[in-house]
Design a protein around this ligand. Structure first.
Ligand SMILES: NC(=O)c1ccc[n+]([C@@H]2O[C@H](COP(=O)([O-])OP(=O)(O)OC[C@H]3O[C@@H](n4cnc5c(N)ncnc54)[C@H](OP(=O)(O)O)[C@@H]3O)[C@@H](O)[C@H]2O)c1
Length: 321
């Protein structure tokens, strides 16, 4: 802080012990910021920022001078939707290019998984069966359009990886992207996601969760996709109407799906997705951001707000991302 005082912050999460997860990464910034759990704070008025993930509905209430709510990740939906978030607080996210690269590798692996029907090979390999697929049933990458919903930090990284493998990409954004990318076509404005889905043999979702995108992946949406398409769902669980995915799989409209994010996490043991051979489940780990990068960006953002500046990592609360 300009006057040399450490900037006081609070951990706000209903689901994680954020000190346990991030204390080590925050330690090098101890001369600048200090974070404590709510029960350790005697004077809530000195709290200027929160590090947060899925805060309780009333989590922000005790802190009248809080000016910044910082996510531990790229997503900010649970913070923006928190009823006690002060109206004038800035909300910031982590912008980690390494996370984009991790997510891109993950998405590319799943594109190949569906494109080459790797489930078939794994099933037969476990039975020691030499079960070649008929080559004429396989289209080359250049005839297999990949749709990407969202063309932000994550969508762009995925597009770079997937086009490098020879797949043509069509991507959806709200506004027309300023930068073009070889091998990528765009759809923007209202209905962009649906227009992308109509063209996609393999559809990757990396949209943020907003009022417009919640429940977007429903039966009507799947019925507009090409017969036998694949879904790679990396956005937020609440984008997907889970029962509708099962219906679309049963009808054959969707042939297979990779799901990394769910309505309820951890995915309950009895959930039908686990046992469904058409679905590959992973535990919300397509791309974690680096705790060290998060800590650096948090320290910089906290300094910026107490200096009266706007941190570079701030999101637009009115857009929801
Ligand atoms: N599974 C994982 O491990 C994991 C990891 C990281 C992120 N994620 C998810 O990925 C999301 C996106 O991350 P990001 O860093 O890429 O976010 P971002 O940089 O904010 O980009 C969001 C993109 O979505 C577009 N968009 C927003 N609403 C739209 C709509 N209604 N229709 C079409 N496009 C729309 C935006 O359009 P404009 O460009 O016009 O603004 C932008 O291109 C996160 O919110 C999180 O949910 C998941």
């Amino acid at each position: 802080m300009a006057d040399g005082r450490v900037i006081e912050g609070v951990y706000l999460s209903e689901v994680y012990d954020l000190h346990e997860l991030y204390g080590h990464a925050l330690a090098p910034h101890a001369g600048m910021i200090r974070l404590r759990h709510p029960h350790e704070i005697d004077n809530p008025e000195e709290i200027r920022f929160a590090l947060s993930w899925r805060p309780a509905a009333d989590a922000f209430d005790p802190y009248p001078n809080l000016r910044l709510a910082h996510s531990i990740a790229a997503g900010v939906d649970s913070i923006i939707n928190c009823p006690s978030l002060p109206k004038d607080a800035l909300v910031a996210r982590v912008r980690d290019p390494d996370q984009g690269d991790m997510l891109a590798g993950f998405a590319a692996w799943h594109v190949i998984w569906h494109h080459r029907n790797m489930r078939h090979h794994i099933v037969h390999e476990t039975k020691h069966e030499w079960a070649r697929l008929i080559p004429s049933t396989m289209k080359p990458p250049r005839e297999t359009p990949v749709g990407i919903l969202g063309f932000g930090l994550m969508g762009r990284a995925i597009a770079r990886a997937v086009t490098a493998l020879g797949f043509p990409v069509v991507a959806a954004a709200r506004t027309t992207p300023r930068e073009t990318m070889p091998g990528v076509r765009f759809e923007s404005a209202e209905g962009a996601a649906l227009r992308v889905a109509e063209q996609a043999a393999i559809l990757i979702n990396v949209l943020p969760l907003t009022g417009e995108t919640r429940g977007l992946l429903d039966l009507d949406f799947f019925n507009r996709m090409p017969e036998g398409a694949a879904l790679i769902q990396l956005g937020r669980g609440e984008h997907l109407v889970e029962a509708d995915l099962l219906r679309a799989l049963d009808s054959g409209r969707i042939a297979s799906a990779s799901l990394d994010v769910f309505d309820v996490e951890p995915l309950p043991k009895e959930h039908p997705f686990w046992a469904d051979e058409r679905i590959l489940v992973t535990p919300h780990q397509a791309g974690d951001c680096s705790p060290h990068r998060m800590a650096e960006q948090l320290a910089r953002a906290a300094q910026a707000v107490v200096a009266g500046d706007t941190p570079k990592t701030v999101v637009d609360r009115s857009n929801g991302y």
